[in-house]
Design a protein around this ligand. Sequence first.
Ligand code: ATP
Length: 288
Amino acid sequence: MNETSSGAIPAIELRSATKRFRTPSGGIYTAMRELGMTVAPGEFCAVVGPTGCGKSTTLSLISGLEPASEGRTLIHGQPVEGIDPRVGFMFQTDAVFPWKSVLDNVAAGPIFRGTGKKEAVAKARDWLRRVGLSGFEDRLPHQLSGGMRKRVALAQTLINEPEILLMDEPFSALDVQTRQIVQDELLALWELTRPAVVFVTHDLEEAIALADKVVVLTVGPATVKDTFRIDLPRPRKVQEIRFHPRFVELYEQIWNSLRDEVQLAYARTAGTTPEPAPADAEPSGATR
Ligand SMILES: Nc1ncnc2c1ncn2[C@@H]1O[C@H](COP(=O)(O)OP(=O)(O)OP(=O)(O)O)[C@@H](O)[C@H]1O
C-alpha cells in the first residue's frame, strides 16, 4: 500500500487509474490514463490543468460516482465502491432545495443521515453562525447574495463532518472580492475539522493560496505531470499571501509546468494539433 511522506495511509489514493467513456458516436474516449496521486489525511490538495483535461473526472472517481476502467481508487486504504458517506461535495452550482429555508437546507443532510430533527436544526443553526449567517435562517436561497449562498453551501457540506471534501470550482461564479472572502472562510472552517480536500480549479492563484500541494494534470488523457508542495505559512489570508515572495516563485514554477498543457489544449480545440493519439480510441467494449 502506498504511503504519504509522513508514513500514514493516504486519505485518498488514485492508483494507476484509467477512465474511458463511450462517446455519443459509439467510440471510446480515454479521459484519464494511469493517473496516480495521493492526498494525506488533513491535506489540502488543489488540482489544476487545461480545460477539459479530466479534472472533474478525477473527482468522479474519488466520489464513487464513476468507477475506474482500470486501476484503483482507495479511501483510507479501502477500495471505493459507490458513494461513501465520509465524502462531502461542493460544486460550481449550489445543491439547494429552492423552496426550503436556509436553515432547513442546512439541516437536511443530518436528517437524511438519521439525526433527529431537533438536533439537526440545532446543529444547522450552529453551522450558520460559523459561516456568518445568523439572522438569515428563514430566508429562501434566492433571497441571498451569491457569496451568502456559497456560505450556505459550505455549512451544508461541513455540517456532515466529511473526512474527505471534494470541491469542483466552487467559487468560480463569484466576483473577485466575494471570492476572496469566501476562500478565507473556507480556510478557517477547514482548520476546524481538517478534512482531506481535493479542490479543482482553473485559477492557479486560488490553488496556491489555498493548498498544501498543487497537482498539475496533462492535457487529456489526464495524468499527473508535476506535483508542487506549497510551503507557504499558515494560517493564510488569501488577499495577503499573494504578495509573499515565495508565492510569486511558486506561481512562476507551476505556470511553467502548466503553460505547455494549456497551449496544447488550446491548439487542439483550434484544430491546429491532432486529437489524442489513436491508442486512445480503443475497441468498444473496453469501457465500464
Ligand atoms: N460521461 C462522459 N461521457 C463521455 N465523455 C466524458 C464524460 N465525462 C467527461 N467526458 C470527457 O472526458 C474529458 C474530461 O472531462 P472533465 O469534465 O473531467 O474535464 P475537466 O478538466 O474537468 O474540464 P473543464 O476544465 O472544462 O472543467 C472531456 O473530454 C469530456 O468531454
